[in-house]
Design a protein around this ligand. Structure first.
Ligand code: FES
Ligand code: FE2
Length: 447
């Protein structure tokens, strides 16, 4: 295909269409790893995954293997998982404690938990060789920049680029709301995530998070069946709706429900559904929770925190959080048509355990490999990935409620069935894909 300049990338996205290559091409994927995932702030993990000094967690940022580790000074570091000697991955386990230092399993070079080279066996063999002048002598390389926001760890691979506060802006209010829901103002990870593989492009999953015109269609066979069975039971007046029904029934809400709930978009590709209400609004109260919140924040503030019921917040490029149920889904790209999904849940510190129990139920029912709802979406993504290989049409349409001259540099609130947030993502996609790419000056002059 030959994508070497900014113009080549810009040509793949129009104001309301996206070229199919964006989802299918190996070259686009390679450029995403090189540019998009290097120039943006990408989710790494939560600091409660590494509570003690020496605790580490291995994951990836784009296609780069990294280690998130709690250093001896208490700070969280993010290092490339690569020995500066011959490249061996230092840590293989998902999670563990490395003590005061990492030790490479190949020739035992060792490194402090901030990556600095600590010792080399038989070091005199390097006397007079100039090793100390090399990059290898510096130790394990750290990523370009790290920021921990209310426990959530983000990294930018590129040493230079957009700052954390500028990149996220007001969108951080969704993380704030999720964390403020703890009377202690703190979250703790609740176990390991659900992990599962999808044979589709990672962006299909991100787009789906604000796709409000699919639930009543794609989930009709699962959620619709559950609702029908509940109604046929004809439970006596006043029978409390079981938690499972509270979770699944809103998926069958009519179009008007989704239109009225609203979508808010922020600059740089972030946005959320559920400005006014959401599928999480009508959950029953958990005994003791409001009391704990009122004691912590006062009644007015506690009411305001719990009254905010955002549905899905997309943090561009590749995560989604649900503030009201403390869930985070990470869509990790593994190839143009292969995505690893991680579905994490968190405990609200000092809140009743029933809350995390409900969140775990949501995760199992809606997002687990054994869920009844997630399969509907998976089937759609994989059919779309296959369909895009056909030569029938070249373009994907994201035109719903499009208006000419859309400005993505400002925050907007719109009808909840708009595809503006998808367009916002592709606007940001072009911006960060091309941020470090050369322009074709000759072509520009000719245009
Ligand atoms: S490759 Fe790591 S010490 Fe040699
Ligand atoms: Fe869905």
């Amino acid at each position: 295909m030959g994508l070497s300049t900014r113009q080549d990338i810009e040509a793949l996205v129009t104001p309301f269409q996206v070229h199919r290559d964006v989802y299918t091409s190996a070259e686009v994927y390679r450029l995403e790893m090189k540019h998009l995932f290097a120039n943006t702030w990408v989710f790494v993990g939560h600091d409660s995954q590494v509570p003690n000094k020496g605790d580490y967690y291995t994951t990836q940022v784009g296609d780069q293997p990294v280690i998130m580790v709690r250093h001896s000074d208490g700070e969280v570091k993010v290092l490339y998982n690569r020995c500066p000697h011959k490249g061996t991955k230092i840590a293989i386990d998902r999670t563990g404690n490395t003590g005061k230092f990492f030790r490479c399993p190949y020739h035992a070079w060792s490194f402090k938990t901030d990556g600095c080279l600590l010792a080399i066996p038989l070091k005199k063999g390097y006397d007079g060789t100039g090793l100390s002048e090399t990059e290898s002598a510096k130790g394990m390389k750290a990523v370009g920049a790290v920021e921990v926001y209310r426990g959530f760890v983000f990294a930018r691979l590129a040493p230079e680029g957009i700052g954390f506060a500028e990149f996220f802006g007001d969108s951080l209010s969704s993380i704030d709301n999720m964390v403020d829901r703890s009377p202690a103002g703190r979250l703790e990870v609740a176990g390991q995530p659900l992990r599962y593989m999808h044979r589709c492009n990672w962006k299909m999953l991100v787009e789906n998070q604000t796709d409000t015109c699919h639930p009543m269609v794609a989930h009709e066979s699962s959620a619709g069946t559950a609702v029908r069975i509940w109604e046929e039971m004809d439970a006596p007046e006043g029978t409390p709706k079981p938690a499972a029904m509270q979770i699944i029934a809103p998926f069958m809400s009519p179009y008007e429900f989704f239109e009225e709930m609203g979508i808010r978009t922020w600059p740089n590709g972030h946005g959320h559904t559920g400005v006014h209400h959401s599928i999480h609004s009508a959950y029953s109260e958990i005994p003791g929770y409001m009391d704990a919140m009122t004691a912590a924040y006062g009644e007015e503030r506690a009411t305001a925190i719990l009254g905010e019921n955002r549905h899905n917040t997309v943090y561009f490029p590749n995560i989604m959080i649900k503030g009201p149920i403390q869930q985070l889904r990470n869509f990790i790209p593994l190839g143009p048509d292969k995505t690893l999904v991680e579905s994490w849940i968190y405990r609200l510190v000092d809140a009743p355990d029933e809350l995390v129990a409900r969140t775990a139920m949501y995760n199992r029912m809606i997002n687990a490999p054994t869920s009844i709802v997630g399969h509907d979406d998976l089937e759609m993504y994989e059919r779309a990935q296959e369909g895009l290989m056909s030569d029938g049409l070249e373009w994907v349409n994201v035109q719903r409620l499009y208006r000419e001259g859309e400005d993505f540099d400002t925050t907007a609130e719109e009808n909840g069935t708009t595809e503006r947030q998808m367009r916002n993502q592709f606007h940001a996609w072009v911006k960060f894909m091309t941020a470090s790419m050369p322009r074709d000056a000759a072509r520009e002059a000719a245009e």
